[in-house]
Design a protein around this ligand. Structure first.
Ligand code: VOV
Length: 258
């Protein structure tokens, strides 16, 4: 049995999508001035408790029931991001609740958040059979997020301007443009892993783009190269970019040392 109805593509204006796990990006800024006032022993206890919270997320991931990524963020837009993937909105809320209960949470100021659902476009169809039963497709819809050295997140939309309106293009035109986009993407195989979250109706932009890489320079290279590609050059509209470094739970003491 398919978990979701199998979409058909060509008869509709909207490109059919396969939809996987719901995704929350929760960006937080640490209130360092307040944290400095906490004595060292209490701070260590808080870090221990937070480590246990991250370990509980790892257990869910090990069971294949969700995934997460925890990264520090460079610059002043945020200090941390917890990216969480779960089968339902309710389970995302469960994670938010558990996060809220940690003592360290009280020293974190919300800076940005983004809600989406892992999405695969079906511009080129999905092959024979029920795509939701195809192991390759499943591994992309319900992924275990990489533990790569670096993350880059940004929201984006496709333009709806007079003249350049993505949503007024024919399916064939969009298919052709997306094919060219995918060819650039493929040239970054082994360097960048991308996760596209569809967010129309969920958040302020239409997609949340999350990229992972071992070499942070690859983010600049792919985004710059794509700017010259028609899909991005004509139709791409972008929000703020958030970049950062993996934060393993073993490094929390160093991260929170003040
Ligand atoms: C590793 C790089 C990489 C690769 C291989 C890749 C491939 C593909 C394929 C094959 C497809 C279509 C089918 C599907 O699988 O969804 C997509 C779809 C999409 N992409 Fe992409 N993309 C990449 C990378 C990649 C980047 C860096 C960006 C940001 C664009 C930029 O200018 O900053 C992006 C955006 C998107 C979006 C917003 C969509 C959905 C658009 C829609 O209208 O539906 N993407 N993408």
């Amino acid at each position: 049995m398919s978990e979701r109805p199998v979409p058909t593509t060509d008869t509709q204006h909207a490109a059919a999508t396969l939809d996987g796990w719901y995704t929350l990006h929760d960006f937080r800024t640490i209130d360092w001035a307040r944290l400095k006032l906490v004595d060292a022993e209490k701070r260590e206890q808080m870090i221990e408790e937070f480590t246990a919270f991250l370990a509980s997320l790892e257990e869910v991931e090990a069971k294949g029931e969700g995934s997460h990524a925890f990264y520090s963020i460079l610059g002043q837009k945020a200090d941390l991001v917890l990216m969480v993937l779960r089968p339902t909105f309710n389970e995302l809320e469960d994670v938010e609740r558990a996060f809220r209960k940690t003592a360290l949470y009280d020293y974190m100021i919300p800076s940005y958040s983004y809600v989406s659902v892992i999405e695969l476009g079906m511009y080129r169809g999905s092959g024979d059979g029920d795509p939701y039963q195809n192991p390759h497709i499943r591994s992309r819809l319900y992924p275990t997020l990489p533990k790569a050295a670096h993350i880059c997140f940004y929201p984006m939309s496709k333009a709806r301007r007079d003249g350049d309106n993505w949503y007024m293009l024919s399916m064939d035109e969009r298919k052709d443009l997306m094919y060219r986009h995918s060819m650039i993407g493929r040239s970054y195989a082994g360097k960048i892993q991308q996760f596209i979250g569809g967010s129309t109706g969920f958040d302020a932009w239409e997609w949340g783009v999350t990229l992972f890489a071992e070499d942070s320079l690859q983010f600049k290279k792919i985004v710059y190269e794509m700017r010259f590609d028609e899909v991005s050059a004509k139709y791409g509209e972008f929000g703020d970019f958030y970049v950062g470094n993996i934060l393993p739970k073993e490094n929390l003491s160093t991260f929170f040392s003040v």
